[in-house]
Each structure stands twice: as structure tokens, then as C-alpha cells.
Design a protein around this ligand. Structure first.
Ligand code: URP
Ligand code: ZN
Ligand code: ZN
Length: 503
């Protein structure tokens, strides 16, 4: 039997980032048609009872790497399995990264990602594009991507020396061009030169296991690069987005910059909010290797709480958001680095469990309310990346991407029950209060009673326009008022010395 096109969610508490209200929600043809009480709806619509449940915008994961080819292997969650798992966790949109090799065309890489993702995605998605080298061609292609291809964010790496890393003058050029194109400059902020030296040092000391990964890139290596990126972005008055903020030190740098009025955003990820880097010291090699990612999860166990507190701080009200950096490698792939930590493929899971982890550590713990939860799991991402209120809001005309959340239900995270392809889970055993009971994507029920019913290719690519208002208003104004001007002087008439040096 084919599903009726209209769906009425009845009696739930509709939660947006600014208010919660008991209301019904009616949707048709992929869009929310009406929000209110006593709605008149056409016969034949399916009615879902949401009494005692929350009706929230589906989650938006700002940072994934489905089927990424990286460090000699390919991430096991592809666009099909990864987006299905996202839906099971209440996430209805992901933003993945196109990462071209150095010297290769950005446009060709973008086309390649589209051709892999389009037929497979089960939820909507969009693409950031990485700038891994610099040239006039790259500059032109960035412009085309922003004007014609729906890309308004570009990631630059300050780490992965000789692979993806850019030097400071290239960062300056790339940030300048992001600004011209109306895009957001994103950075992977770690000092790649120091990491390369640190890695040699650890190996020479006989430290070959996963703990060496953090030891060769302590917090200050991340904090220094974060500060440097902020300084360069400020020099060109370009908005900056620091992806995967993993340490208290780097978070403080971002927080101070925001306090000083810089247009900078920081992205904590589920892994850093829900677990920590002490696992990399675990006696079981496979367990330890499972937590290796870059920048590393920090061994300071107060880090997750600190990052969660920051998400709720006033200077992050309009901007606090969360991703996952979901980039999964199975244990046997991690074993590529069994004798040398520098060869362990970097990456962890998160796309399925982000919403639950943030509810548990943020809302259930009493640090944030359900409105803030919506802000940091969907609305702020949609605002910054310029597709709000198409997504990130339950309102008339918004996309019908909805999660019905039972705040009283609990579940325990485990690799035995998760939907991802990876064979372990960094949140193994975590009990989570708050469970997604129904997920609706593009107006269709795709997850219900623990069952996924979604075909490959159900999701669509979301075009994002440049010059996001939430980001560019202050940038434009600063360009107007902050232009340096020369001091007006009379010409200097006294004789100037002739240079005595030979040129
Ligand atoms: O360990 C990570 N983060 N893997 C994915 C690549 C990246 O830098 O985001
Ligand atoms: Zn990165
Ligand atoms: Zn990443």
C-alpha cells in the first residue's frame, strides 16, 4: 500500500530554537504546510500521535566524510549506509567534504562527489569543498562553485603536511578569495610542521602505539594554529569557521576571539562532547586505535564538559553548532598502523549518535534546554550555511524534515545495534535518555519503531547561496567603516639622502 502524501503529527510539543508550544504539524509534498491547533486536513492523511513527545527539526550534521579515500584506505560508511544511520539517529541532513588531491581540479572533485552521493543518499545533503593547493585555476573554480554549484564554504588544512596542508601565504590568498566569493573559510587548525617533528620524536622514543598520536600534537599545537587562522582571517576581514574544535585550549582561543568581536565560529563534534582521549592509552591496541582522529580527542577528561558548557554560553547563542567528523574505519583498516601510529587512518563515528549524545550530555545533564538543543543540532547550522528557515525550523513552508523525540525513553549505544558499517562504536555502552522514535525526511516517514524504510537516492543535494546574511552583515559593515586611510600631509620638501648602496 502506498503511503498517503499528507502527514499530521498530533499533540506533540513543537520545539524551535526560540520557543516550545503544544501544536499539530501538517505536511504534504515534502513541505510543512501548517503548524497550529485544530487544523483542517484533507482526508486520507496519516495521523501520528506525538502526545508527550517533542517534535523538532531534523538534525543537521555539519561535518561528515562518507566513503572518503584517506590514508591508504576508504571510509566504510558510504553515502547510503551513512545517511541511513543518520536518519535512525534523528539527523535529516549532512554536510560532507569534497577533498581534491593537491594539483587536482576542485570542479572535477565536486562532480565526482556528486556522482557518488546523488544515487545513494537517503537524506538531504550539501557539500563543503577543500582547497588543498593554490593557483589561479583554484581561484576561478572556487568562484564557479560559489556562483553555480551551491557551495558556500571552503575548508583549508593547516595540517597533513605535504598532503593537504597550505602555508600561511596560501591561507591568506584562499581566505581573501572566500570573502570575494561570499563564502565561509573553514580551517582544520593544527600546526602541520610541529606534528611532523613531534611524530619523528615519538617514534624515536619507541612510542609507536595510538597514544603517540596525541603526544606528538598536544593542545597547544591546535591552539596555535587556531589563533593563527583567526589572525589571518581578521587581516582580510573574512568569516572563519574552525572545524572540529577538540581541546579546551583551542576552544578558549575561539571564545576569546568571539568576545573580541571577531566573526569566527567553532564546531565541537559529538566525539569530543561525549568521550575523551584517555582511550588512546587503553592496553588493548584495537580499542585505543578506534579513538584516533585529528585533531586528537584529548586525554584531559574535563574536556567534554568544558566544550558542552561553551555551547551554552551567551557568545555562542546564535552560532553554537555541532558536527561529527564521521569518518569511519573498521578495526582491520585501523590496523594499517599497528606498528606505527602515524599510519592509523584518522577518524571516528558519530553521525548516528550525535543527537542522543548531545541530548544526554547537554539536556539530560541540565546544561541546556530543548530549545538550545535545536539551536546547536540544526538551526544555527542552517543559519550560518545559508539554508534557514528552509531547514532547522518547524514552520510553514520549511522542509518537512522532522524528528519526533521521546525524552523519557532510554537506549544504550552499541556497535551490535547501530546502523553504521563500522565494527565498533566510540560511545559503546553509553546510556542515553531521549530517543528518536520517528524520523521524517522530505515529508516521508523513513524511520519508525526501530525500522528504516528509505530507498537509496531519496535525499537531494541542497544548493547553498553565497553571502549568508547571518555571517556577512558584519563583514560588509566592517569593510565600509574599517578601511584604513592615509594621513594627509604636505609634501616633504627637505632634501632626501641618495641611496649609497648598490642595487
Ligand atoms: O580524523 C579526522 N578528522 N579525519 C577526517 C579528516 C579531517 O581532517 O577532517
Ligand atoms: Zn579536518
Ligand atoms: Zn573532517
Amino acid at each position: 500500500m502506498s503511503e498517503p502524501s499528507g502527514i499530521l503529527i498530533k499533540g506533540g510539543q513543537v520545539v524551535n530554537d526560540d520557543c516550545s508550544v503544544i501544536s499539530d504539524v501538517y505536511m504534504e509534498n515534502g513541505k510543512i504546510v501548517e503548524v497550529g491547533l485544530d487544523l483542517r486536513i484533507p482526508g486520507g492523511a496519516r495521523v501520528i500521535d506525538a502526545t508527550d513527545k517533542l517534535v523538532m527539526p531534523g538534525g543537521i550534521d555539519t561535518h561528515t566524510h562518507m566513503e572518503l579515500e584517506f590514508m591508504g584506505t576508504r571510509a566504510v560508511d558510504d553515502f547510503y549506509i551513512g545517511t541511513k544511520a543518520a536518519l535512525a539517529g534523528g539527523t535529516t541532513m549532512i554536510l560532507d567534504f569534497v577533498i581534491p588531491e593537491k594539483g587536482k581540479s576542485l570542479l572535477e572533485a565536486y562532480d565526482c562527489w556528486r556522482s557518488k552521493a546523488d544515487p545513494k543518499v537517503c537524506c538531504d545533503y550539501s557539500l563543503h569543498v577543500a582547497v588543498t593547493w593554490w593557483s589561479d585555476q583554484v581561484k576561478k573554480e572556487m568562484q564557479t562553485l560559489a556562483e553555480e554549484k551551491g557551495v558556500n564554504s571552503f575548508k583549508m588544512f593547516m595540517a597533513y603536511k605535504d598532503v593537504f596542508m597550505l602555508k600561511d601565504s596560501e591561507l591568506y590568498a584562499a581566505f581573501s578569495h572566500c570573502k570575494e566569493a561570499g563564502a565561509i573559510a573553514q580551517v582544520h587548525a593544527e600546526n602541520g610542521d610541529l606534528i611532523a617533528e613531534g611524530a619523528k620524536k615519538m617514534l624515536s622514543l619507541g612510542i609507536t602505539g595510538p597514544e603517540g598520536h596525541e603526544l606528538c600534537r598536544p593542545e597547544e599545537v591546535e591552539a596555535e594554529a587556531t589563533q593563527r587562522a583567526i589572525t589571518i582571517a581578521h587581516a582580510v576581514n573574512c568569516p572563519l569557521y574552525v572545524v572540529h574544535v577538540m581541546s579546551k585550549s583551542a576552544a578558549k582561543v575561539v571564545s576569546n576571539a568571539r568576545r573580541d568581536g571577531r566573526v569566527v565560529f567553532g564546531e565541537p563534534i559529538a566525539a569530543a562532547l561525549g568521550t575523551d582521549g584517555t582511550h588512546c592509552w587503553h592496553k588493548d591496541w584495537a580499542h585505543a586505535a578506534g579513538f584516533v582522529m585529528g585533531p586528537p580527542l584529548r586525554p584531559d577528561p574535563s574536556t567534554p564538559g568544558y566544550l558542552m558548557d561553551l555551547l551554552n554560553k551567551i557568545q555562542f547563542t546564535q552560532t553554537g553548532l555541532t558536527g561529527t567528523d564521521n569518518c569511519t574505519f573498521s578495526v582491520c583498516q585501523k590496523a594499517l598502523g599497528k606498528d606505527n601510529f602515524t599510519k592509523i587512518p584518522n577518524g571516528v563515528n558519530g553521525v548516528e549518535d550525535r543527537m542522543s549524545v548531545i541530548w544526554e550530555k547537554g539536556v539530560h545533564s541540565g546544561k541546556m534546554d530543548e530549545n538550545r538543543f535545536v539551536a546547536v543540532t540544526s538551526s544555527n547550522a542552517a543559519k550560518i550555511f545559508n539554508f534557514y528557515p528552509q531547514k532547522g525550523r518547524i514552520a510553514r513552508n520549511s522542509d518537512a524534515d522532522v524528528v519526533i523525540w521521546d525524552p523519557k525513553m532510554t537506549r544504550r549505544i552499541s556497535a551490535k545495534t547501530h546502523h553504521q558499517a563500522v565494527d565498533y562504536n566510540i560511545f559503546e555502552g553509553m546510556e542515553c535518555h531521549g530517543v528518536p522514535v520517528v524520523t521524517i525526511s522530505r515529508g516521508k516517514v523513513v524511520y519508525e519503531e526501530g525500522r528504516l524504510t528509505v530507498p537509496a537516492g531519496h535525499g537531494r543535494f541542497i544548493h547553498r547561496k553565497p553571502f549568508s546574511e547571518y555571517v556577512y552583515k558584519r563583514i560588509r559593515q566592517r569593510d565600509q567603516v574599517g578601511k584604513p586611510t592615509a594621513v594627509e600631509r604636505k609634501p616633504y620638501e627637505v632634501k632626501a639622502a641618495a641611496s649609497t648602496l648598490r642595487s
